[in-house]
Each structure stands twice: as structure tokens, then as C-alpha cells.
Write a protein that binds this ligand. Structure first.
Ligand SMILES: Nc1ncnc2c1ncn2[C@@H]1O[C@H](COP(=O)(O)OP(=O)(O)OP(=O)(O)O)[C@@H](O)[C@H]1O
Ligand SMILES: Cc1ncc(C[n+]2csc(CCOP(=O)(O)O)c2C)c(N)n1
Ligand SMILES: [Mg+2]
Length: 316
């Protein structure tokens, strides 16, 4: 089955009225709402770097989309369109399942796939570009203000635990909900509705692709403030309870792949944050004067980590 046939059979997605020229031409043409500002974010997932070679194509497509949707969420943007550039190593069945994953994500989060690229190569790679509208002021990383509360949209560490299980670095205990933990890695939920409803409430936000600690450091540095996190206030996923304290700290603070939102908001907006998140967000710390991030344990002592998060290594 050749490229044109695959695209025609699997990668023609339905559009809405905001798409003037859809899949099939040299470029898509879209019609943003009048005076809309657009948020644009692009991300690449590479086989054996971002996902394991045996990743199911349906969920790989959903994850690639989720990674870009998570960036839309972090900006308070409403995702409207996405392009998907795919390098595939397998044939028609794999591609059909991948396309179904994309279709499924687009239906769930109400955006249109408007184009992409398809090639065959030695390693699978997926690049997604999400475009969304920003109504009002975008939520940026640099808006945190001294006195703000620091919030987290959900528990961290399970996706990183799943990576360690798959790499056999950590054992899989009996009576563990294996499927739930694996799903946090393979099928993450981007916090799109939360991000959108935090407009006008959050002073700053960022998603947690590389880990909570690195995200907090980015928000602190960009905002010119310091962040103090209280570790006992962080939600702990059930599967992390049986780990040693240091392993748990490392996964929750520096594991990565969480796709939760870290955000700040004035203390006066505490109730509004709880309403916007349906009570699911956790207030985990404070914005203070200074620089950098401190995480305090139950005794008020600073927690030190051997690594702060996931960073690609470009050392030769
Ligand atoms: N090759 C590049 N050219 C231009 N800008 C880049 C490039 N790589 C990253 N950036 C920009 O640097 C900033 C941080 O990029 P990064 O990829 O770390 O985004 P992120 O949201 O923090 O993480 P993630 O990649 O997990 O979504 C973004 O504004 C991004 O657009
Ligand atoms: C096979 C496999 N090995 C390791 C990991 C962990 N991992 C890879 S990239 C990344 C951060 C986000 O990347 P980026 O900053 O490029 O968006 C993390 C936490 C994984 N998911 N799969
Ligand atoms: Mg991001």
C-alpha cells in the first residue's frame, strides 16, 4: 500500500467550518474567529526515547496529540486544529490503528486534524503541532507573583514508575494496579478543560512533561520569584506507596511524562481554583521572594534530588 493510498484511506479526517482548505492540498487553510489570538505548539515523540518500540499505535497517536493538547492547556488555549507528521516503520494495519487513535483524540477534545506528513523510516517518530485560540490573556510561565498559591492538577510519578517497570529498573509488586500505572504513561489525559477554565484565575501555568521540579524552576525563573513546595501536600498515587521514600520523592518530583498542570494563583482566588478544577487540584506551595525552588519534607527540611527532571543529553 503506497503513501497516497494510505493517506486517502486512513488520514482523511472530517473537518468543521473553521477549515477552509483541509487535507489534500499543499497546505491547510483555516479561519480563526475574528480578532482571535492563536497559540501554536509543536512536539516530537521518538521511538525508544519517548515511547517503547511496542507501543500500540492507537495509543501512541493519542499520546502524541495529548502532549500538544497539554501545551494548549498550559496556555489556557482552546485547541482547534492539529497537524501530525509521522515517520512509520510498519505497514497498513499499524497506520490504520494510528489514524484511528488520532480520530479518537480529535473527537474527544473537539479539534480538527488539518494535515500532516507521512514517510517511512528506520524509527517511528511523531510530530504534532496544535493550534488553538486564546480568548483574553494567555496564561504564561512568567506571571507568578509573590504571595500566590502554587497548585498541581493531579498526582505525579506514575508514568515515570511505568518507565522504570518497563526498563526493569524497579520491580512490579504483587497487587499493584499495573494497567492504571501503564495507562498514565501510554494514555495520558491532557488537562484541556482545566487549563481553559483557569483563564483570568491563574497567574502562571506550565505543564509537567519533564517533571514537577523542572517545571517549578522554569516558572520561578521566568517569573523572577522563588517557589516553596510542601511535599506532604502533594497527592500520592496508590502505586507509589510501597516505594522507598527516596524513590517516591524522585519519581514524583523529577520523573516526568506526567502531563499535569503546575499553576499559580492569588490566594484570594483559592475558591475559584477549586471550582474551576471541580475540587481536583491540590494547593502544594507558595510563591515567595528570591529565586529557585525548595521542596520541604514533613519536618520542614529541604528535600534534595540527585536529578531534577528529564532532559535530553546533547553531550557528545
Ligand atoms: N528547535 C527549536 N526552535 C525554536 N524554539 C524551540 C526549539 N525547541 C524548543 N523551543 C522553544 O523552547 C521553549 C521550551 O521548549 P520545550 O520543548 O522544552 O517546551 P515544553 O513545553 O517545556 O516541553 P515539551 O517539549 O515537553 O512540551 C518553547 O517555547 C519552544 O517553542
Ligand atoms: C522509552 C522511554 N524512555 C524514557 C521515557 C521518559 N521520557 C522520555 S522524554 C521525557 C520528557 C518529555 O520529553 P520532551 O521534553 O522531549 O517533550 C521523559 C520523561 C519514556 N517516556 N519512554
Ligand atoms: Mg509544555
Amino acid at each position: 500500500m503506497h503513501e497516497r493510498r494510505v493517506i486517502a484511506d486512513y488520514f482523511y479526517f472530517s473537518h468543521n467550518q473553521s477549515v477552509t482548505v483541509g487535507i489534500g492540498d499543499d497546505a491547510a487553510v483555516v479561519r480563526p474567529p475574528t480578532n482571535a489570538q492563536l497559540a501554536v505548539s509543536t512536539d516530537t515523540l521518538v521511538e525508544n526515547v519517548h515511547f517503547f518500540s511496542d507501543a500500540a499505535p492507537f495509543f501512541l497517536a493519542r499520546k502524541a496529540a495529548a502532549v500538544s493538547l497539554s501545551d494548549m492547556a498550559a496556555m489556557g488555549a482552546r485547541p482547534l486544529w492539529m497537524t501530525v507528521a509521522l515517520t512509520a516503520t510498519k505497514g497498513a494495519d499499524w497506520l490504520a490503528a494510528f489514524a484511528n487513535g488520532l480520530r479518537n483524540s480529535a473527537a474527544e477534545f473537539d479539534y480538527a486534524i488539518i494535515g500532516g506528513d507521512l514517510s517511512r523510516g528506520e524509527r517511528v517518530s511523531v510530530t504534532t503541532t496544535a493550534i488553538g485560540t486564546v480568548e483574553g490573556t494567555p496564561i504564561v510561565r512568567g506571571g507568578a507573583t509573590i504571595g500566590d498559591d502554587v497548585w498541581l492538577s493531579g498526582a505525579t510519578g506514575e508514568a515515570a514508575l511505568a518507565v522504570r517497570w518497563r526498563q526493569k529498573i524497579l520491580p512490579i509488586p504483587e497487587n499493584t494496579d499495573y494497567a492504571t500505572v501503564l495507562a498514565r504513561l501510554d494514555n495520558p489525559t491532557p488537562r484541556v478543560a482545566l487549563g481553559f477554565s483557569l483563564r483570568g484565575i491563574a497567574s502562571a501555568a506550565m505543564d509537567l512533561s519533564d517533571g514537577l521540579m523542572l517545571a517549578a524552576e522554569d516558572v520561578a525563573a521566568t517569573s523572577g520569584v522563588s517557589i516553596v513546595l510542601e511535599f506532604p501536600r502533594l497527592p500520592v498515587a496508590a502505586a507509589l506507596h510501597c516505594l522507598s521514600e527516596s524513590a517516591r520523592n524522585e519519581l514524583m518530583l523529577a520523573g516526568g511524562d506526567d502531563y499535569e498542570l503546575l499553576f499559580c494563583a492569588p490566594t484570594t482566588k483559592h475558591a475559584q481554583v477549586l471550582a474551576a478544577s471541580n475540587g481536583t487540584a491540590y494547593c502544594i506551595g507558595q510563591v515567595v521572594a528570591g529565586e529557585g525552588v525548595i521542596v520541604r519534607d514533613v519536618n520542614g527540611q529541604e528535600i534534595n534530588l540527585s536529578q531534577k527532571g528529564y532532559e535530553h543529553d546533547f553531550c557528545d
